[in-house]
Design a protein around this ligand. Structure first.
Ligand code: KDG
Ligand code: MG
Length: 402
């Protein structure tokens, strides 16, 4: 079997998605997600200009060899653009392998380890009351785990809070929107949110929270401590994690479980966090961490240190990534949870898929490969639209982390 054609499909059914399609001489094709929010076209160029020419004529069944060729062969290793491009190809190759074998991807990885994949949904509100109402809606929908974010009094807007409650989309403008941030105001507010949620709903559901890289280590230690009575499933991205050592300090001060990794793209980004057991959940996912092939390596390392998976699953990851992630989650022994932000109907129509939600769990389905396809005719109706994620400034105008 040989690869005879590779292409990229860029479509914007409400938001931008980049899809790799690999075609073989036997008529079987595979698709992979290569979306990097706000930097989509850099990945397109990397694929078209540098990776696709190297793939023509290769045997698509040699996934490991192709992965090593693309990773080692660049000489300039790692980085979000490179690893997202490799992920798009890798996912498409696993899809082909599954279709050729007539088996769902989880069977190729080692088979089913669980009946369904526990997911968490996103509840958000402009204030605590609104967030409480949103959490109630997710409970009614059958979710076992819910992430809660709320607007902070005195800050005009914050991460994770939107008018379109079920379909939050932060990449909202042709140039980055400027938000204002106050860590002090946030730190005073966030324990009140979880106090209210536990008072209202008790301890039956898992509650999660994302600090979105906005604290210093000592602030994160304080927030972790303040949240301990509410027994969160996790506190996510407490600090920017370029400096893995900073988690040592947080860890020394709190028993609130810690999750990190949605912006990591290789095992080296989380090596110390995992081997020193500084975190509880690793959030790397298929599309940004080199595909199934590399994610498996990260998960296997994590398993040795009792770190469980909690893959990123925001709406800027396409349904192809979600499908592949669900097969991965169905197999991976040290599974923790899967993020699930629902895509809009428009997006679901462009990417018909086999996975479905039932009573708090997603089910990967049993179609060969990862079970997600792309309707190219429909995709062509939604041309690319430039869209950036926001940036943040402190109240005095200093640039900060978004
Ligand atoms: O593109 C950025 C989003 O994926 C990110 O802001 C979402 O933090 C996020 C999450 O936890 O889903
Ligand atoms: Mg996050």
């Amino acid at each position: 079997m040989k690869i005879v054609n590779c292409k990229v499909i860029v479509t914007c059914p409400g938001r931008n998605f980049v899809t790799v399609k690999i075609e073989t001489d036997e008529g079987v094709y595979g698709i992979g997600d290569a979306t990097l929010n706000g930097r989509e076209l850099s990945v397109v160029s990397y694929l078209e200009d540098h990776l696709f020419p190297c793939l023509i004529g290769r045997d698509p069944q040699q996934i490991e060899d192709i992965w090593q060729y693309l990773y080692r062969g660049a000489y300039w290793r790692r980085g979000p653009v490179t690893m997202t491009a490799i992920a798009g190809i890798d996912t498409a190759l696993w899809d082909i392998k599954g279709k050729v074998a007539g088996l769902p991807l989880y069977e190729l990885l080692g088979g089913r380890s669980r009946d369904g994949v526990m997911v968490y949904g996103h509840a958000n509100g402009l204030d605590i009351e609104e967030t409480v109402d949103e959490v109630a809606k997710y409970i009614d929908l059958g979710y076992k785990a819910i992430r809660a974010q709320s607007g902070v009094p005195g800050i005009p807007s914050t991460y994770g809070v939107a008018k379109e409650k079920m379909y939050y989309e932060p990449a909202d403008a042709e140039l980055p929107t400027e938000n204002v941030w106050s860590t002090e105001k946030y730190m005073n507010h966030v324990p009140r949110l979880f106090d209210k949620l536990r008072e209202k709903f008790g301890f039956e559901h898992h509650l999660l929270h994302d600090a979105h890289h906005r604290l210093t280590p000592i602030q994160a230690a304080r927030v972790g401590k303040d949240l301990e009575p509410y027994r969160l499933f996790w506190l996510e991205d407490a600090v920017p994690a370029e400096n893995q050592e900073s988690f040592r300090l947080i860890r020394q001060h709190t028993t609130t479980p810690l999750a990190v990794g949605e912006i990591f793209n290789s095992i080296f980004d989380c090596q110390q966090l995992i081997t020193e057991q500084l975190i509880d959940y690793i959030r790397t996912t298929v599309v940004h961490a080199g595909g199934i092939t590399h994610l498996r390596r990260i998960a296997n390392l994590a398993d040795l240190y009792n770190v469980r998976t909690g893959s990123h699953g925001a709406t800027d990851l396409s349904p192809i990534c979600m499908g592949a992630a669900l097969h991965f989650d169905t197999w991976v022994p040290n599974f923790g949870i899967q993020e699930y932000m629902r895509h809009t109907e428009q997006t679901d129509d462009v990417f018909p898929h086999d996975y479905h939600f039932d009573k708090g769990y997603l089910h990967a389905g049993s179609a060969p490969g990862h079970g997600v396809d792309i309707d190219e005719k429909l995709a062509a109706k939604y041309p690319y639209r430039p869209a950036y994620l926001p940036v943040n400034r402190l109240e005095d105008g200093t640039m900060y982390n978004w």
